[in-house]
Design a protein around this ligand. Structure first.
Ligand SMILES: Nc1ncnc2c1ncn2[C@@H]1O[C@H](COP(=O)(O)OP(=O)(O)OP(=O)(O)O)[C@@H](O)[C@H]1O
Length: 208
């Protein structure tokens, strides 16, 4: 599935943050959002994933096409690793066999019977990323996916992304690190910071 974004403007807490965002993300492609802390990467990803409405602009793909992995891993703390993946597989209507593949891909097999709440931060993150693999959704929307991961786990993550792209998926992610995913394009958001806007229905509009 191709994702087209045109003239997108997004806000956080009622304040415009970014505007004029345009990009194409074709099947098999990866795009990395770059920009300093607070520039609006998370806000843009949340908007694309359908968690908040855009101020304006067009997003061609529906949220149902996307698997969103936020800062919080969204794990069920009292369920085991295997049960978490089974839970998410059932939610997304995916193939239950994908759970075993996801565990292998993110090196979770030895932890399969451990409750998620007993995992280390990096292990929890690996489980959060394994969740992507059971969704069966074509567009991965990832916010700082490598936080807490060691170098070996970053490599596993990059391999999982590459496999997803090779299968016709696409990935959009915000990260501050160099992933070694050479095929990914960068989108620098610095030039898209939103300027001040007239409030709709304000003095100028009412009396012009
Ligand atoms: N819940 C909130 N209410 C109001 N403003 C918020 C809220 N969350 C974030 N913001 C503000 O919105 C702006 C964009 O934040 P956002 O989290 O999208 O940036 P970011 O580029 O993802 O940052 P970082 O690299 O630090 O993760 C920032 O100025 C931030 O302070």
């Amino acid at each position: 599935m191709n994702l087209k974004v045109r003239d997108l403007a997004v806000a956080r807490g009622g304040t415009p943050v970014l505007e004029g965002i345009c990009f194409d993300l074709p099947a098999g492609g990866a795009l990395v959002l770059r920009g300093p802390n607070g520039c609006g990467k998370t806000t843009l990803l949340r908007t694309l994933a359908g968690l908040q409405p855009p101020l304006e602009g067009m997003i061609s793909a529906p949220p149902e096409a996307m698997a969103y992995a936020a800062h919080a891993d969204g794990l069920k703390p009292t369920l085991t690793v295997a049960e978490n993946l089974g839970f998410w597989s059932a939610i997304y209507g995916g193939d239950p066999a994908l759970g075993a593949r996801a565990m292998a891909a993110m090196n979770l097999e030895d932890l399969s019977e451990r409750a998620a709440q007993t995992l280390s931060a990096g292990q929890k993150r690996r489980l959060g990323l394994a969740r992507l693999l059971v969704t069966g959704r074509p567009l991965w929307v990832l916010d700082e996916p490598t936080v807490s991961l060691d170098a070996g786990s970053v490599a596993l993550f990059v391999a999982a992304v590459r496999a997803h792209l090779a299968g016709g998926g696409a990935a959009l992610m915000a990260t501050h690190i160099a992933l070694g995913l050479e095929e990914a394009r960068d989108l620098d958001l610095t030039a898209h910071r939103a300027g001040p806007r007239a409030a709709p229905g304000g003095f100028d509009e009412a009396f012009a």
